[in-house]
Design a protein around this ligand. Structure first.
Ligand code: FMN
Length: 330
């Protein structure tokens, strides 16, 4: 079975890619991922806040700022709570490149224009095969319109694109007023791929301590449907690669994402829950299905059930919503 696919101009041995997560923090785990069939790996992120903390000595700067209270400062992680500082991150890229033969995609995570963006070039020089820019953001300003927020994301992508030559993927949120238009604008700004979508982690309340605390809840299989819908709608309408992330847990989840048009699928939760060896289980399930359905290659399947190809294009739009609601029997 030919499992090859193309992503970010690279030929990958399969569509099984590892999402940015602690899975990539240790070099020994990168080797294990490669041995178990990973076709490429996205490293955990280097954050805008991390870079800025180093560049401007954020700690000192903010404690001297009148309008930010000491309490408010506790929202920021302490510099030593970050996984790796910028310099260590670059070393990690170098070591990762020496340790494995699969493509290593670095991840830069930030949202606004600023000096941190220069790190994209430093990451490129460290040898990353591509860069994933994660625009994870929760805008809360009452005076800022959605349009203004979105325009800044586009400027950030343009800026990053202008300083690197390696391929650029942009990991995005599903929460834009018109996802399709934003996807096109990201493409025009220089993105080679869209990674869909970020999972937004909601804080929880600790009732014993009466404190708000961060909580990462791992995904489950059903959470891949949002990305499936949008990849289906955009495939063939915008000439850009798609990576499906969030809720890829089984070989069948991989197949569905490919059918709607993903070039690759990315996973974190499934392997964090079940261990790195589980990647082989996913690959086997995918291959068994392809054999059973008499496919000869993964590429033959990619996008064959996108909105443009399906006889029922309304299945991905509002018509399906009405049908789903009205068909529910109690
Ligand atoms: C513990 C943990 C750490 C993560 N760290 C990062 C990160 O550093 N950068 C990033 O872009 N995404 C990060 N993610 C998000 C994942 O890359 C992925 O997009 C998300 O978990 C959805 O995929 P999944 O359903 O396979 O887990 C992290 C996820 C988890 C669970």
């Amino acid at each position: 079975m030919n499992l090859k696919t193309k992503y970010l101009g690279m030929e990958l041995k399969s569509p099984l890619v590892i999402s940015a997560s602690p899975l990539s923090e240790k070099i020994e785990n990168l080797k294990k991922l490669e041995d178990n069939g990973a076709a490429a790996v996205v490293l955990h992120s280097l954050f805008q806040e991390q870079v800025e903390a180093e560049q401007k000595e954020l700690h000192h700067f903010t404690s001297a700022t009148e309008f930010i209270s000491a309490e408010a400062m506790s929202y920021f992680p302490e510099p030593d709570e970050f996984r790796l500082g910028p310099e260590e991150y670059l070393n990690h890229i170098r070591k990762a490149k020496e340790a494995v033969n699969i493509p290593v995609i670095a991840s830069l995570n930030g949202t606004s224009l600023g000096g941190w963006i220069d790190y994209a070039d430093v990451i490129q020089q460290a040898g990353a095969d591509a860069l994933e820019l994660n625009l994870y953001d929760i805008p809360t300003g009452l005076a800022t319109s959605g349009g203004e927020v979105e325009s800044e994301y586009i400027e950030v992508v343009k800026e990053v694109r202008s300083i690197i030559n390696i391929p650029l993927a942009v990991k995005i949120s599903p929460y834009y007023s018109n996802m399709a238009n934003m996807a096109l604008r990201f493409k025009e700004a220089g993105a080679d791929a869209l990674v869909m979508f970020n999972r937004f982690y909601q804080p929880d309340i600790n009732l014993d301590e009466l404190e708000v605390e961060p909580k990462v809840a791992l995904s489950h299989s059903g959470s891949s449907r949002l990305a499936m819908r949008w990849i289906a709608i955009l495939k063939g309408r915008i000439n850009i690669d798609f990576a499906a992330t969030s809720g890829i847990h089984t070989g069948k989840d991989v197949i569905k994402a490919l059918l709607v048009g993903a070039n690759v699928t990315m996973m974190a939760s499934a392997l964090l829950k079940n261990g790195i060896g589980y990647l082989k289980v996913i690959e086997k399930e995918m291959v068994d299905w392809l054999v059973e359905k008499e496919y000869k290659s993964v590429e033959q399947m990619i996008g064959s059930m996108s909105q443009m190809k399906t006889p029922n294009p309304g299945a991905f739009e509002r018509a399906q919503y009405m049908k789903a609601l009205t068909s529910y029997k109690f």
